[in-house]
Write a protein that binds this ligand. Structure first.
Ligand code: SAH
Ligand code: SF4
Ligand code: F3S
Length: 444
């Protein structure tokens, strides 16, 4: 009798690295003969790739696991696995307290997935496994991700982090920093070109400290920019202490490297930057922004900010507001400080109430929204090249969206679905964080 193909469903939380890892895992499952399920209901295996960066991220997953209880009641053979950062931080708790979870697998342990699945299918339905061990050599060479879109790809160039920013749990969950050899990265991207991909985003917690034996990050970017067939290169994330002028020049010199720079500042106050163990000053950061603006043509500048870090005074917060107003970022991701057990800052005394943190978050978001709108309005009337990603999120019929080189979202009407194509649009309006455009006539 023919065996029914097993189906998997992966839900991904957290950063782009997790999205890449989910695609790696999908690649591993593909080799095992699994197919992707259309819905949770029709899957034999559900994997949740998790994030621990803030308490809120963990709470979402914990709630989600409870909701899976129903699915298990309907299908007792369903297997549920927890992957990613929570697997390291909470492995015991997950196995003890969440009875729906069959296994837990850490970010360095995905190669073991086939073994774990084999054990589960041989063993008792109730048997449960956990493997969440660091392997500081794991860079997943020779494994090829099964990617969701056919035109834009994430490519991990390094894993782990050595920075130990005092608030951050990532170095404790992802292990030490290691880079993939440039040759291997280039080979992966060449293969992507053969498959029709146009855009790559090179990923690491701190891409500026990338190095293999012979290349630094600026060298790598230049190598990728030389590859025929790749139209757009992005990267995330940069650390201000390691961002080099050589990289800024590489961005300026290679038109295919997008004029898009995500440079988390975290705080505009030197006191707080010191307490955060960020290893740069406000003035160093502002110099980098000046260098980027003077060398790169109208770069899209984005940042991350934490408000309410322990000890953040009203003056410290005003320093951050001032920096935001000075730089005029194109966008900022503002987070409320979330204490993470095991980090250095967990020992620091918090001085703000939850309401005070929320007020700072809302205030800064308001300031930034006005700046984003102002920056976006400067583009009205211009022609921009966008890579069309598909239907827009809150799509009306015939409404699509794409991204500019500088990573701004443009919504436009069209009778055709140009998904995966580069198109020129004229920017006709800016509203909130979104641009509206019209497809320019006479372009392919
Ligand atoms: N490695 C990247 C991003 C790490 S996590 C980098 O350094 O840029 C993404 C963002 O989450 C960080 O930039 C920071 O702004 C935020 N973040 C990290 N830990 C946090 C915490 N404990 N509380 C609130 N925000 C946090
Ligand atoms: Fe966390 Fe800092 Fe490393 Fe980013 S650079 S992952 S914020 S420790
Ligand atoms: Fe979250 Fe882990 Fe990424 S904690 S932000 S998924 S590295």
């Amino acid at each position: 009798m023919e065996k029914k193909t097993k189906k998997y469903y992966i839900e991904t939380y957290g950063c782009q690295m997790n999205k890449y890892d989910s695609e790696l895992v999908a690649g591993i499952l593909g080799k095992q003969g699994f197919e992707e399920a259309n819905s949770l209901d029709d899957s034999d295996l559900i994997l949740v790739n998790t994030c621990s960066v803030r308490q809120h991220a963990e709470n979402r997953v914990l709630g989600r696991l409870d909701a899976f209880q129903q699915l298990k009641q309907k299908n007792p053979d369903l297997k549920i696995g927890v992957l990613g950062c929570m697997a390291i931080r909470l492995q015991d708790q997950l196995l003890r307290q969440k009875s729906v979870v069959n296994f837990v697998l850490g970010p360095d342990n995905y190669r073991s997935l086939p073994d774990v699945l084999a054990k589960l299918s041989n063993g008792e339905r109730q048997s449960r496994f956990s493997l969440a061990e660091f392997n500081n050599h794991e860079i997943y060479s020779e494994l090829y991700p099964n990617r969701a879109t056919g035109f834009s790809a994430w490519v991990a160039i390094m894993r782990g982090c050595n920075n130990f920013c005092s608030y951050c749990i990532v170095p404790y969950l992802r292990g030490r920093e290691r880079s993939r050899p440039a040759k291997e990265i280039v080979a992966e991207i060449e293969k992507l070109v053969d498959e029709g991909f146009l855009e790559v985003t090179l990923l690491g917690q701190n891409v500026n400290s990338y190095h293999d034996e012979n290349h630094d990050f600026a060298d790598l970017i230049a190598m990728v920019a030389e590859l025929p067939g790749i139209e757009r290169i992005r990267f995330a994330t940069s650390h201000p202490k390691d961002l080099s002028l050589k990289l800024i020049d590489a961005m300026a010199d290679h038109p295919k490297v997008c004029n898009h720079l995500h440079l988390p500042v975290q705080s505009g106050s030197d006191n707080i930057l010191r307490l955060m163990n960020r290893n740069y000053t406000r003035s160093h950061y502002l110099k980098l922004i000046d260098a980027a603006r003077s060398r790169i043509n109208n770069p899209g500048l984005y940042t991350d900010i934490i408000v309410g870090f322990p000890g953040e005074t009203e003056q410290d917060f005003q320093d951050t507001v001032d920096l935001v107003q000075r730089v005029e970022f194109d966008g900022a991701f503002v987070f409320k400080y979330s204490p993470r057990e095991g980090t250095a800052a967990y020992q620091y005394k918090e001085n703000l109430t939850e309401q005070e943190k929320v007020a700072r978050l809302q205030y800064l978001n308001q300031i930034q929204d006005a700046i984003t709108l102002k920056r976006n309005r400067e583009l009205v009337g211009q022609t921009q090249k966008i890579l069309v990603e598909g239907r827009s999120r809150k799509a009306k019929p015939n409404q699509y969206m794409g991204r500019t080189d500088s990573n701004k979202i443009v919504v436009f009407n069209s009778d055709n679905n140009y998904k995966g194509l580069l198109k020129e649009v004229q920017i006709i309006a800016a509203e909130g964080r979104t641009l509206f455009g019209e497809i320019s006539q006479g372009v392919r």
